[in-house]
Design a protein around this ligand. Structure first.
Ligand code: APR
Length: 183
């Protein structure tokens, strides 16, 4: 295994990576939170490209747990991987499995496109209400297994929007034996 996991404190729209992940909704037509920030930074071409994705059900371009790829448009990132996290309703409605599937689907799709560096926000932890500690432990676990699954990946990045989230990810990855950058 030659890749590494990084935990950073940043606005994901500013990152110089191959792909950034968007915590979108099923319609894929923008929203608030990180979704709104990505659409603002990427410009209207991103919305156009999202709209062109086929609906798999009326109003659903991406079901929860799946991922869809677009270009990065005005972003530094070449691609945006849109995923739809679970809405937290207490944890007994498959939320952990859906959240894990988001990370897995995003990594697999981005790698298939050729990405070697992929940055993730903390999917579902804002508007969708997933408790940060539980979401981060799933996210960290999926970054570790994603790296093991894809030898071509150079960097998987947990892009944290606040210091508390970064400290949480740092601690979890340390416990998993993956603290800091490693080769
Ligand atoms: N960079 C990195 N992380 C960010 C940024 C940013 N620019 N902006 C917000 N975040 C963080 C939030 O702090 C939160 O921890 O992203 C995490 C996810 O929060 P949301 O963006 O609210 O995403 P989510 O909980 O998955 O809800 C998705 O929100 O805006 C809508 O269209 C979106 O309906 C969808 C829903």
């Amino acid at each position: 295994m030659s890749g590494r996991i990084e935990v950073i404190l940043a606005d994901i729209t500013t990152l110089d990576v191959d792909a950034i992940v968007n915590a979108a909704n099923e319609r894929m037509l923008g929203g608030g939170g990180v979704d709104g920030a990505i659409h603002r930074a990427a410009g209207p071409g991103l919305l156009e490209e999202c709209r062109a994705h086929a609906e798999v059900l009326p109003g659903v371009r991406c079901p929860p747990g799946e991922a869809r790829l677009t270009g990065g448009h005005l972003l530094r990132a070449r691609w945006v991987v849109h995923t739809v996290g679970p809405v937290w309703t207490g944890g007994d409605a498959g939320e952990p499995q859906i959240l894990a599937s988001c990370y897995r689907s995003c990594i697999d799709l981005a790698v298939r496109a050729g990405a070697r560096s992929i940055a993730f926000p903390a999917i579902s932890t804002g508007v969708f209400g997933y408790p940060m500690d539980r979401a981060a432990s799933i996210g960290a676990g999926q970054l570790v297994s994603g790296l093991a699954r894809h030898p071509s990946v150079e960097r998987l990045i947990a892009c944290c929007f606040d210091a508390g989230t970064k400290a949480l990810y740092d601690r979890l990855l340390q416990v998993m034996g993956q603290g800091g950058a490693f080769t």
